[in-house]
Design a protein around this ligand. Structure first.
Ligand code: GLU
Length: 271
């Protein structure tokens, strides 16, 4: 009798464990089985994720990382546009397998999802009409545009409490407000502003040297999805070692690009 009870109890224990494991999910196994990696990406933010005029496909720095991960898995890529506000819910609801969308890692977000090692590093600045803003003081009491659900929105509120922050669905809408004189600045990561500036009339706008935060980007993965997180981290560390990561940076931010920036980071394991 005691033996039967022990067997039943062991069975129950194993069943409970398996149920728990499947709840946490194993994206690595799922993606291999379905043969496609579904990535949530930006589609209007050159050079991270935008629609190429010739090929009409989404290309960019974030896309190249997703492609490298899919390549290593031997699966296809499906790109799904997300916004700053929708990217985490999309991941949690299972509509995408990974976020590669200019997303800053921070402790608040890390309570909800897991992040890869940092694969890009930038900081928050402002895009303004040339000569109008020299310091944060010039922004006090003014209207500033940014995007809903971004760290840019939170940082701006903290850095300039007297300003009115207008949050749009995406950054190009903020730039439209800037060109129409509805805001005096658009604020977000310097690397994103560089892409927005490149599309504006030369000399009319600038990014003054006012930096209010550090923004390390991570690839977003469902909480507790350890196998997939390890795979992604291993892949991007290998890309750093082989020089592929630096090559991707150079493709989008090199001296011949529209958005020349210095590579002020290397991909290393988080401490
Ligand atoms: N990197 C910042 C963030 O994750 C701003 C860019 C964005 O909105 O995606 O919130």
């Amino acid at each position: 009798m005691r033996k039967t009870v022990t067997i039943v109890l062991s069975f129950l224990l194993i069943a409970t464990f398996l149920a728990g494991a499947s709840l946490a999910g194993d994206t690595l196994a799922d993606v291999k089985a379905k043969g496609v990696l579904v990535a949530g990406v930006k589609d209007s933010l050159p050079p991270f994720g935008y629609v190429d005029a010739k090929t009409r496909t989404i290309v960019g720095y974030d896309i190249d990382f997703v492609k490298a991960i899919a390549n290593k898995l031997g699966v296809k890529v499906e790109l799904k546009p997300v916004t700053s506000a929708t990217r985490m819910p999309q991941l949690q609801e299972g509509n995408i397998d990974i976020i590669a969308a200019t997303m800053t890692k921070n402790p608040e977000r890390a309570k909800v999802i897991d992040f890869s090692h940092t694969y890009f590093l930038t900081g928050q600045k402002f895009l303004t009409k040339t000569g109008t803003v020299k310091s944060l003081k010039d922004l006090e009491g003014k209207k500033i545009g940014t995007t809903k659900g971004s760290t840019s929105e939170q940082n701006a509120k903290k850095a300039i409490p007297s300003a009115t922050i207008l949050s749009f669905d995406d950054y190009p809408q903020g730039v439209l407000a800037l060109t129409q004189g509805k805001v005096v600045a658009v604020t977000t990561d310097e690397s994103i502003l560089a892409g927005l500036l490149a599309k504006l009339p030369k000399g009319a706008y600038e990014i003054p040297d006012i930096r209010i935060s550090d923004e390390p980007y991570g690839l977003g993965i469902r909480k507790g999805d350890t196998n997939f997180l390890n795979f992604v981290n291993q892949t991007i560390l290998e890309m750093e070692k082989s020089g592929e990561a630096a090559k991707i940076f150079d493709r989008w931010f090199g001296p011949d690009s529209d958005t020349p920036l210095k590579r002020n980071f290397t991909i290393t394991a988080d401490k």
